[in-house]
Design a protein around this ligand. Structure first.
Ligand code: GDP
Length: 445
């Protein structure tokens, strides 16, 4: 998702590295790249213009000039503006305060993900909001539609109100509402028929359903992969139906991001939910800030690189590389590497700066445990004599016992560190010259 946008923006930041401040000149160049990045991501032109104007204003302001790194500050400005453009105060929030049942009417074109989203929403309401949910389908045109809704509703653990193709949509809606009232449902979600394109009959039908039901939420479900077309259909629907929110589906696909960035600005309708997987738990309340960070995932990596550059001495890394080449990499050097990593704020801090998809994978492992491990390794090496660190082959059983006692660990732990060290030594011997320096210096070179 958003790969082009991310790539371009990170390139912009790279070209700005090493420049002390933003000038009119380098800002113009950077804005051109940002503009191209947004257009490539299929963001609507008026939205691009507005974003660029705002970013320009802010970038030339004090926020950037006073900052240590213009590249980082720029990413910050862009991120803030991206968040603002998607972040209506009601984004990600449903209004369920109505007299129960709160009615949610779902609209959208065929294939947008409407029925799936009804199931996801029912599950979300049930699991996280503890609501009693009833679903109903008013799609009497597509034979499979009603059965599909029944299936996803059952999977979601929500109640389903049966309907048949021979009924009128308004009749179905009325009956379902009556049923929901009598059975004390908190929420009634009404699925409607979609068409392949905007169609007069469909619009009239959903309009009359809207009049009849007077829903507290009218959600427009749209496929994010359609880019600007998604925004245009949302606009067309909103002209005849007062939408209260958008559900942007298939954000897990290769959507270019334009829809997410333009839809609220163009239609005035906030994005309330994002579909991020086919499965029923693949729906998230829309979070503008998180989305902006995701779009700028690469920016975080750059911050990480800059931090690494600050903390790791390249010269030292080169010296170390020479040493390895001559076969002199010992436990002292190993210890230095570990402490350098700790200087960078520990593993948890590094993970925080990785783009979302890596961070999610990393989050599965407990970083505090990993950090503890690193500290323990350092403690074990500290318990060795300088001679032992230079010549690990001296470490026989009795010395290992002494070291283990000194570090307050079991002997197996000492063996583990030695095995790790050997592994690293072998690995390093396989590299040569610059490549090795790069590895030793982490991301510094
Ligand atoms: P409807 O015609 O609007 O009711 O669309 P459906 O609910 O039948 O969905 C159409 C297709 O899109 C189905 O294959 C869904 O599994 C898929 N789909 C819906 N939402 C998402 C999503 O957020 N991510 C992915 N990857 N697929 C989705």
């Amino acid at each position: 998702m958003f790969q082009n946008l991310t790539d371009r923006l990170s390139r912009v930041v790279k070209t700005m590295r090493g420049q002390a401040r933003l000038t009119e000149e380098n800002t113009a160049e950077m804005l051109r790249e940002v503009r191209l990045a947004l257009l490539e991501a299929d963001v609507a032109l008026p939205v691009v213009k507005e974003l660029i104007t705002k970013i320009k204003e802010k970038a030339l302001g004090e926020e950037v000039i006073g900052s240590l790194s213009p590249g980082q500050a720029l990413v910050g400005v862009v991120q803030k503006e991206l968040t603002a453009i998607m972040g209506d105060p009601t984004a990600g929030k449903l209004n369920l305060a109505a007299q129960p049942p709160a009615i949610i009417l779902m609209a959208g074109l065929q294939g947008a993900g409407k029925t799936t989203s009804v199931g996801k929403l029912a599950k979300w309401l049930k699991d996280t909001q503890k609501k009693k949910v009833l679903t109903v389908s008013c799609d009497v045109y597509r034979p499979a539609a009603i059965a599909q809704l029944q299936m996803v509703s059952e999977q979601a653990g929500a109640d389903f109100f049966p309907s048949t193709e021979s009924q009128k949509p308004s009749e179905i809606a009325r009956d379902a509402l009556d049923w929901a009232r009598r059975h004390y449902h908190d929420v009634l979600i009404v699925d409607t028929a979609g068409r392949l394109g905007i169609d007069e009959a469909m619009m009239q039908e959903i309009q009359s359903l809207h009049q009849l039901l007077n829903p507290v939420e009218t959600l427009f479900v749209v496929d994010a992969m359609l880019g600007q077309d998604a925004v245009n259909t949302a606009k067309a629907f909103n002209d005849t139906l007062p939408l209260t929110g958008v559900v942007l589906t298939k954000l897990d696909g290769d959507a270019r991001g334009g829809a997410a960035l333009s839809v609220q600005q163009i239609t005035g309708v906030p994005i309330k939910f994002a579909g991020v997987a086919e499965k029923l738990d693949g729906l998230e309340p829309f979070d503008a800030e998180r989305m902006a960070s995701r779009i700028l995932g690469m920016g975080d990596i750059l911050a990480l690189v800059e931090q690494a550059q600050k903390n790791v001495d390249i010269e030292q890394a080169q010296k170390l590389a020479d040493k390895v080449k001559k076969g002199g990499f010992d436990l002292n050097d190993f210890r230095m590497q570990i402490s350098q990593m700790r200087q960078m704020g520990g593993l948890g801090n590094l993970i925080d700066k990785l783009p979302a998809q890596f961070a999610q994978a990393a989050a599965k492992q407990d970083m505090s445990v990993a950090d503890k491990q690193v500290r323990r390794t350092q403690g074990i090496i500290d318990s060795m004599t300088p001679q032992e660190r230079m010549k690990p082959e001296l470490l026989k059983a009795s010395r290992k016992r002494r070291i283990a006692a000194g570090a307050g660990v079991q002997v197996q732990e000492v063996n583990r560190v030695l095995a790790q060290f050997e592994q690293m030594q072998t690995m390093m011997k396989q590299f040569k010259g610059g490549k090795m320096a790069r590895m030793l210096g982490g991301m510094a070179a």
